[in-house]
Design a protein around this ligand. Structure first.
Ligand code: ADP
Ligand code: MG
Length: 443
C-alpha cells in the first residue's frame, strides 16, 4: 500500500483474519480474548490493538500475541509488529486485581450464603461436604472437589463456606478466586519477576478456594504452579476447595498427576436439578422478594425452566419485574407471555430422540419400535406416550413429530395426544408413568 493506511484499511485487515483466529483458537478462546480487541492505529509496520483492561492485555500478550502477529503478517506483509495497549479510559491499572490479596475483600456475593442455599437430592452431598469443611476446625478431606454443570450452585457453596469462616473464625485466612484470576496473577508474577510474593501469598492461607479450575486446562505452566501450591498447602494441612465443571478424571488438558491429586480428597458432584429442588428454590426466592406469586406460576416455572438455577432465578425476576412495572398481578398467562422466548429455548433442549429413547427404556421395548408400523398394544401404547411427551416437551409441530415416528401422519400424533389425555384421566398408572418420564426428561 503506497498511501498511509486509513482506519478503514486497518479495520479491513483486522477483520480479514478474524475467521482464521476463530478457527485456530476455537470459539471460547476467540470470544473471550481476541474478539474484544479493537484497532488503535498503525505506524511503521506496527499495528496497535487495544484490550479492554490490563488483565486481558497481559493475558493476550503472553499467550496469543506472537501467533496473532504471524497470522496478520502472513495476510498483510506490511504488518510485522503487534502492540497491545489498554483502552486508555478503562485503564484500571492494577486495582482490579490487588483486591485478591486483601483478605477483607474476597469479592463474595452477599446472597451466596448457606442460609440462602436450598438443599435437595441433587446437591445434598455437595452441601453437606461444604458445611463440614466450613465448620471443621481440622481438615477432614483435602481437597474438597465440587463439580457440576453451569448454574448449579458451585460458586454459591464456595462463597457460603467463605462467609461462614469469615464469621466464625475471622482469624483464619481465606482466599477465594477463580482459576482465571489465579492464572492471571501467576502470569503477572512471571512478567514482573515477582513469583516469590505470588507464592507467599497463596502459601500462607488457611483455606484456599479455586473456582472453575477447568479453566487452567491446557495451560501447562499455570498447572505446574498450581500443583506446587496445592502440594505445599496440603503438606501444611491447609484446606483446599476446588470447583470444576467435570470430575477430576474427566478434566481434559490436565496433567495426569494433577488430576489424580485433585481426586484424593472428597469429590462431590452436584447433579442436574429435579423438579422438587427447582420448586423449592423458587418458593424460597419468592419469599425473599416478598411478592405474592400464585403457586401455579411457580410450578409452571419449575416444570419449564429446567436447564439451570441461574436461568430459573432470571425467569422469576423477569416475571416479578414485569408485574411491578405494568402494575398487574402475576398470572400464568402473563408469565407465559413474558417468558415466551426463554420457554422456547428451554423446550428445545429436550429432543424427540431423547424422549423416544427414555420411553423405550422405561417400557422395555426396542427403540426401533418407535418408528415401526407394529400395532401391538405393548408397543403402540409406549409409542403414544412418546408422541404425547414430544408434543408437550418440545416445540415441534405435529407433522414434524409424525416424521420422527417413522413418517406417521400428523393426525396419528393428534390422536395419540388425545388418547393419552383420556387415559390419564382414567388410569392412575399412566398418569404416574407420564409424570415420572416428564421429570426425568426435564431434569
Ligand atoms: P455455578 O457456579 O455452579 O455455575 P452458581 O453458584 O453461580 O452456579 O449458581 C447460579 C445461581 O443459582 C446463583 O444465583 C445461586 O445463588 C443460585 N443457586 C444455585 N444453587 C442454589 C440452591 N441450591 N439454592 C438457592 N440458590 C441456588
Ligand atoms: Mg460458578
Amino acid at each position: 500500500m503506497a498511501h498511509p493506511a486509513t482506519r478503514a484499511d486497518l479495520e479491513g485487515q483486522w477483520n480479514n483474519i478474524q475467521p482464521r483466529l476463530l478457527e485456530e483458537y476455537g470459539e471460547k478462546t476467540y470470544l473471550r480474548w481476541l474478539k474484544p480487541l479493537s484497532i488503535v492505529d498503525q505506524q511503521k509496520g506496527c499495528l496497535r490493538l487495544a484490550a479492554p483492561n490490563v488483565f486481558m492485555r497481559d493475558w493476550v500478550v503472553t499467550n496469543y500475541a506472537e501467533r496473532v502477529k504471524d497470522i496478520l503478517h502472513s495476510e498483510h506483509n506490511n504488518i510485522n509488529r503487534l502492540d497491545i495497549i489498554v483502552t486508555p479510559l478503562e485503564d484500571l491499572s492494577d486495582d482490579v486485581f490487588s483486591e485478591v490479596q486483601d483478605d477483607e475483600n474476597l469479592n463474595l456475593d452477599p446472597r451466596f450464603t448457606f442460609d440462602n442455599f436450598v438443599v435437595g437430592k441433587p446437591n445434598e452431598l455437595a452441601h453437606a461436604a461444604a458445611r463440614k469443611v466450613a465448620e471443621s476446625e481440622t481438615v477432614t478431606f483435602n481437597p474438597l472437589f465440587l463439580y457440576g454443570g453451569v448454574g448449579l450452585g458451585k460458586t454459591h457453596l464456595m462463597h457460603a463456606i467463605a462467609w461462614h469462616i469469615k464469621k466464625c473464625h475471622p482469624k483464619r485466612k481465606v482466599i477465594y478466586l477463580s482459576a482465571e484470576k489465579f492464572m492471571y496473577q501467576f502470569v503477572r508474577a512471571l512478567r514482573f519477576k515477582d513469583t516469590v510474593s505470588f507464592k507467599d501469598q497463596f502459601r500462607s492461607v488457611d483455606v484456599l478456594m479455586i473456582d472453575d479450575v477447568q479453566f487452567i486446562s491446557g495451560k501447562d505452566s499455570t498447572q505446574e504452579e498450581f500443583f506446587h501450591t496445592f502440594n505445599a498447602l496440603v503438606d501444611q494441612n491447609r484446606q483446599i476447595i476446588i470447583s470444576a465443571d467435570k470430575s477430576p478424571s474427566d478434566l481434559e488438558g490436565m496433567e495426569e498427576r494433577l488430576k489424580s491429586r485433585l481426586g484424593w480428597g472428597l469429590v462431590a458432584d452436584i447433579h442436574p436439578t429435579t423438579y422438587e429442588l427447582r420448586l423449592g428454590i423458587l418458593q424460597a426466592k419468592a419469599e425473599k422478594l416478598e411478592v405474592s406469586i400464585p403457586p401455579s406460576v411457580l410450578e409452571f416455572l419449575a416444570h419449564k425452566i429446567s436447564s439451570n438455577i441461574r436461568e430459573l432465578e432470571g425467569a422469576l425476576i423477569r416475571v416479578v419485574a414485569h408485574s411491578t412495572l405494568v402494575g398487574r398481578q402475576i398470572t400464568l398467562e402473563s408469565t407465559q407471555e413474558v417468558l415466551k422466548d426463554l420457554l422456547r429455548a428451554n423446550d428445545r433442549r429436550v429432543t424427540i430422540e431423547e424422549i423416544q429413547k427414555r420411553v423405550a427404556e422405561y417400557y422395555g421395548i426396542r427403540l426401533a419400535d418407535m418408528h415401526s408400523p407394529r400395532r401391538a398394544r405393548a408397543v403402540a401404547r409406549p409409542r403414544q406416550v412418546a408422541m404425547y411427551l414430544s408434543k408437550h416437551l418440545t416445540s415441534k409441530s405435529l407433522p414434524e413429530i409424525g416424521r420422527k415416528f417413522g413418517g406417521r401422519d400428523h393426525t396419528t400424533i393428534l390422536h395419540a395426544v388425545k388418547k393419552i389425555d383420556e387415559l390419564m384421566e382414567r388410569e392412575k398408572s399412566i398418569h404416574e408413568d407420564i409424570d415420572l418420564l416428564r421429570r426425568t426428561l426435564e431434569s
